[in-house]
Write a protein of this length. Sequence first.
Length: 195
Amino acid sequence: MPKHTIDRTDIMPIAQYAEIRRDHRRKVTGIKQHRRVEVGPFATFYFENYDTIWHQIHEMLYIEKGGEDQITDELAAYQPLIPRGDDLVATVMFEIDDPVRRTSVLNRLGGVENHTFVSVDGQKIQGSADPDRENTSPEGKASSVQFIHFTLNATQKAAFAKPGVQVLLGFDHPNYGHIAVMSDPVRSALAQDFS
């Protein structure tokens, strides 16, 4: 059964984390391998779960060494990114190395957070952006990092769990209309997020 929350008791002392850090990073790299989907030329969906968020919080604490106050802040920031049993949660990154091109592309992608979807066996589920984060600036420039939730009903979750079912992931934004077929290893890994 997947864990859906992280609280203070889940946070390891940083000295203890430092001892396992190398091995844990290797473990999380393996987990992330089947939680990543590229869509179009610039966007990559990184699907989060308890393990990826636990790791991210500990990495932030290890690097920044902010103590107890930072723990509270990191828990508040990352808790919403853990799937709750009926959803998938993705960090979507628009990865463009050239800063001039990146600015140009992001200026054309305002509102992209409202144009993500997953399709499970022909049933389209629109993504919803994290309401606590600025996804598009007031000037209309999309953020290069988006946080998207896809909530599935019981029928959709059951279909998603079936090996070989077609799962598509994409954008229906007028300036970024791209779709990718989710591989079966990724679908299988993400199906574990449901309860």
